[in-house]
Ligand binder design. Structure first.
Ligand code: NAD
Length: 475
C-alpha cells in the first residue's frame, strides 16, 4: 500500500476548484484507489466556459510573439516538473516510468516547436485600387477532450496550437487518467492569464455537456470512432467546428525482401508500445508467405521475452492495460479467438493479479473476417496475416472503415512508395513507423477522423479565415 496522493483540483478562472462529488482514480498495476478526482458539476462547467469567454478577447489580442513566448514558458514548466509528473502519469496510466517521462518531454517539445509557427496573414491582392488580405483569427473557446492512452501528449497536441492561435481552452481528460492533467493545470496557473486554460474532470456526463455547450465554439476530440460520432451529433445544433482524431486498425505490409532479424523488433514495438494502446499501433500485420514463418518465430521470441509489470519497477517494458473495461474487452477478444480455434504463437495466459497485466498475444494467420482482424483491439493482441500477392494484401489492408495509419516494409524504395500511395490512410510510413512530429500533418481518413492535427494545417484548424477587402482612395 503506497501513500495516498494529494487531492487534485480543477482549474477554473485561474483558481483551484474542488467538487462535491468525486470519482476514484485507480492504479491499474495494483487495483488500488489512489486519489479522489473532482467530478465537475454542470454549473462548474458553465463557470469554466464563462471564464474562458471572458479571457478570450485579451488573449486573442495578445501579440503573437507574446503567445509564442508563453508556450515556451509552458515547455519549461513541463520539463522542470518532468520527474514528479512522470511518476504521477505512471501511477494512473500504468506505462513504464521512462516512457511516462518521454511523454512529458514530448508535450514540452510540442509546445516549443508549435511556438515557432505563425498563422500568417495572406495578401491576395495589393494594387493601387485594392488591398485584400486573409487573416487567421482565433475561434473563441475550444473544448479539448482527451483519451487515456497518452493523456498528456494528446492534450498538448490540442493545447499548443489552440493557445498559440489565440483561443481560450476548456480541457477535459479521460475519467481514467485525470490526475496528471489536473496537476499540469495547477502548475500552469502561474503561467497563463486566468481563464485562458481551464481544466475540468468528471464522469460520463461531462464530455457530452462540453460537446453540446453553446458557449464553446470548437471541439477538438481524440477518442474512439463511436464517441466521435456522438460528439459530431451533439455539436450540430450550434454548428461547432470540429477536429476528430478517432480509432484505427492500421495495417503493416511486409514484403519478402526485408531483413527479418533487423525488422522483427521494429515491428514488435510498432505494435506493442504503450501496451498497444496506441491509435497508430500496427493492428494487422500482413506478412509475405516467403518470410512469414521466420518473422512470426522472431516476433514470438520477442513477445515471450518482454517484461510486463508495474510501470514503476525497473526493467519493465510494458505496463498494465489502463482500465478494467478495456481489459475485459481484450479478454473477450482473446476468448473469441480461442473459440474459433485460432492458434496463438505467444501469450494467451493472463496472470492472476489485481493488476491489469496482459502479456503480448500473437494470433497465427486467423481468417480475415475474424473479430481479431476486423476490430480495433487497442491492446496487446496482434493478428499475423499471410499473403502471397501484394495486390491482395493492399486490398485487404484497405478493406476497413478506418484509415488512420499504415506502413510498408520493403527494401526496394520505389516499390515501397508505390504501395504506400495505394493505401487508404492519413499517414503511411515506409521502412519506419511512428515518426510523428509537430510539423507532419496527421489526418484520419475514412472513419478515423475529421480534420487534421499537427503542422501548419493543424494550427489553422484553431483559426477561421477572415477576408478583409479594402478599396483604396484615389491617389
Ligand atoms: P473514448 O471515445 O471512450 O473517450 C475519449 C474521451 O471522450 C474521454 O475523455 C471520454 O470521457 C470522452 N467522452 C466519452 N463519451 C463522450 C461523449 N458522448 N461526448 C464527448 N466526450 C465523450 O476513447 P478512449 O477509450 O478514451 O480512447 C481509445 C480510443 O481513442 C481508441 O479508439 C483510439 O484509437 C482512439 N485514439 C485516437 C487517436 C488519434 O489521434 N486518432 C489517438 C489516441 C486514441
Amino acid at each position: 500500500m503506497t501513500a495516498p496522493l494529494p487531492a487534485p483540483t480543477m482549474t477554473i478562472a485561474g483558481r483551484a476548484v474542488g467538487a462535491t462529488a468525486h470519482l476514484d482514480a485507480i492504479d491499474p498495476a495494483t487495483g488500488e484507489v489512489i486519489a479522489a478526482v473532482p467530478d465537475c458539476a454542470r454549473e462548474q462547467l458553465d463557470e469554466a466556459v464563462a471564464a474562458a469567454r471572458h479571457a478570450f478577447p485579451a488573449w486573442a489580442a495578445t501579440p503573437l510573439l507574446e503567445r509564442q513566448a508563453t508556450l515556451r514558458r509552458i515547455a519549461g514548466v513541463l520539463a522542470q516538473n518532468r520527474d514528479p509528473l512522470a511518476a504521477l502519469l505512471t501511477r494512473e496510466q500504468g506505462k513504464p516510468l521512462a516512457k511516462a517521462a518521454e511523454e512529458i518531454m514530448a508535450a514540452a517539445y510540442w509546445c516549443a516547436e508549435i511556438a515557432g509557427l505563425d498563422p500568417a496573414t495572406r495578401t491576395v491582392a495589393d494594387t493601387a485600387a485594392t488591398l485584400v488580405q486573409v487573416r487567421r483569427v482565433p475561434l473563441g473557446v475550444v473544448g479539448a477532450i482527451v483519451p487515456w492512452n497518452f493523456p498528456v501528449a494528446l492534450a498538448f497536441f490540442k493545447l499548443a496550437p489552440a493557445l498559440l492561435a489565440g483561443n481560450a481552452v476548456v480541457l477535459k481528460p479521460s475519467p481514467f487518467t485525470s490526475l496528471t492533467t489536473l496537476r499540469i493545470g495547477e502548475l500552469l496557473r502561474e503561467v497563463l492569464p486566468p481563464g485562458v486554460l481551464n481544466v475540468v474532470s468528471g464522469g460520463d456526463a461531462l464530455g457530452p455537456w462540453i460537446s453540446a455547450h453553446p458557449g464553446i465554439d470548437k471541439v477538438s476530440f481524440t477518442g474512439s470512432t463511436a464517441t466521435g460520432r456522438r460528439v459530431m451529433e451533439s455539436a450540430a445544433p450550434t454548428l461547432k467546428r470540429l477536429t476528430l482524431e478517432l480509432g484505427g486498425n492500421d495495417a503493416a505490409i511486409v514484403l519478402p525482401d526485408v531483413d527479418v532479424d533487423v525488422l522483427a523488433p521494429v515491428l514488435f514495438w510498432g505494435a506493442f508500445a504503450n501496451s498497444a494502446q496506441f491509435c497508430l499501433a500496427i493492428k494487422r500485420l500482413y506478412i509475405h508467405e516467403a518470410v512469414y514463418d521466420r518473422l512470426a518465430a522472431a516476433l514470438a521470441r520477442l513477445a515471450r521475452g518482454t517484461r510486463v509489470g508495474a510501470g514503476d519497477q525497473p526493467g519493465v517494458e510494458l505496463g498494465p492495460v489502463q482500465n478494467r473495461p478495456q481489459y475485459l474487452r481484450l479478454k473477450n477478444l482473446l476468448e473469441d479467438s480461442r473459440r474459433h480455434g485460432h492458434r496463438l504463437l505467444a501469450g494467451g495466459e493472463l496472470p492472476e493479479s489485481p493488476g491489469l497485466f496482459f502479456p503480448p498475444v500473437l494470433v497465427d494467420n486467423p481468417p480475415e473476417e475474424s473479430r481479431v482482424v476486423q476490430e480495433e483491439a487497442f491492446g496487446p493482441i496482434l493478428p499475423l496475416l499471410k499473403f502471397s500477392d501484394v495486390d491482395d494484401a493492399v486490398a485487404r489492408a484497405n478493406r476497413s472503415p478506418y484509415g488512420l495509419g499504415a506502413s510498408v516494409w520493403c527494401r526496394d524504395e520505389a516499390r515501397g512508395l508505390a504501395i504506400a500511395h495505394r493505401l487508404e490512410a492519413g499517414t503511411v510510413w515506409v521502412n519506419e513507423i511512428h515518426t510523428i512530429s509537430p510539423h507532419k500533418p496527421m489526418a484520419g481518413h475514412k472513419q478515423s477522423g475529421l480534420g487534421v492535427e499537427q503542422g501548419l494545417e493543424g494550427l489553422l484548424e484553431y483559426t477561421l479565415p477572415q477576408t478583409v477587402s479594402l478599396k483604396r482612395a484615389p491617389a
